[in-house]
Write a protein that binds this ligand. Sequence first.
Ligand SMILES: Nc1ncnc2c1ncn2[C@@H]1O[C@H](COP(=O)(O)OP(=O)(O)O)[C@@H](O)[C@H]1O
Ligand SMILES: [Mg+2]
Length: 395
Amino acid sequence: MLKNLQSDISIITLNNDDNTDKKNDFSNDSSDDKNLKNNTKIDEIDSDDNVEEISTIKIYSRIRPSKYKVPNRYWIVKPEEDVLNDEKPLPKIGFLIPRSESQGLINNQKEKHEFKFDRVFDKDTKQEEIFDVVAKDVVLSVLDGYNGTIFAYGQTGSGKTFTITGGAERYEDRGIIPRSLQFIFKEIQKRTDCEYSINISYLEIYNENGYDLLDSSREAKKLEDLPKVYLMEDDENRIHIRNLASIPAVNEEEALNLLFIGDTNRVISETPSNPESSRSHCIFIITVVCKRQGHDAIRKSKLHLVDLAGSERVAKTQIGGTLLKEAKYINLSLHYLEQVIIALHEKALGKRQHIPYRNSMMTSVLRDSLGGNCKTTMIATIAVEPELIEVIIKN
Ligand SMILES: Nc1ncnc2c1ncn2[C@@H]1O[C@H](COP(=O)(O)OP(=O)(O)O)[C@@H](O)[C@H]1O
Ligand SMILES: [Mg+2]
């Protein structure tokens, strides 16, 4: 996936040519669904409708610091050093994979591999900088009424959960979720245009089944004990998520508590073959509801913070049973996500109309939060230990 998404997609621009991608309108209906027929539009809010909105899918990468002293087999090329570049210079990260002697020293195997990104964060980058560069704009646009999605993509152990949720030991290690919550609650205090309310959902997708992580009603001992979330299609072919709690949080503390409940369920429900949920996708959803003073109409927008399943391709010959089933689902769902992102790119170029959202639960859930005006960001986390670099290249 890294290969396919690098260079091209990182600089694509998606034009808004799809109604479903527009800024969410104010609606009198309090249900989850937008674009309802009886939307009540508020002129001032819609006044920017004619302006052609443009959004980009941004792809970043972040190197995880290594616990051991490892030989430096990667390098980062800053745009200004890159003399042979095309129109838009982008930083690159390169990896050196020496030819293995077992294959003979004289063979054609490539030794150097370079990937382009919108920005490469080296291993000493702090969580604060990651939030400022990767997440802040997305969070701001969600407060302005657009949907947004931030993905962490990478192999198990490369720092996805550290980036999205953060490390538990030090306050400064908190990741994108707690920082987004803090930012949102601070920001809505300042904004007087709307009365804001915040709802939280936390979904885990394992083998194409969805589970509600915010369940605190009973003691979940395994994933299957959690309430099952399912998708339903209405008469107009719209997909709705059913049985996923959306819990109001009136302040940062309440929201963090919900994150804690979800993370606790995430850990408890680990299966032996599902250590630290690395075989499942977790989506933390912050819904921002905005109600104009003196009006009944409300506007909803959503921020999806996605910790993807480990991207490593499990060697199919060495596994069977549950692991093989998991590997198939992970490979397939990452493949479908890749297809959707490539399709959005092609749609922006006018090459196609159809976006294959329906192929997986994750792309169905994210359907209204990818492409168009929705800000979409992916951060590819990378571990540089020699044995892990080879996995990146192969993937
Ligand atoms: N940027 C980082 N700085 C410090 N420690 C990190 C960083 N990224 C990851 N780690 C640590 O490395 C280990 C693996 O990271 P984790 O986020 O759990 O990986 P993943 O979710 O991709 O499997 C964890 O102990 C985590 O705290
Ligand atoms: Mg993880």
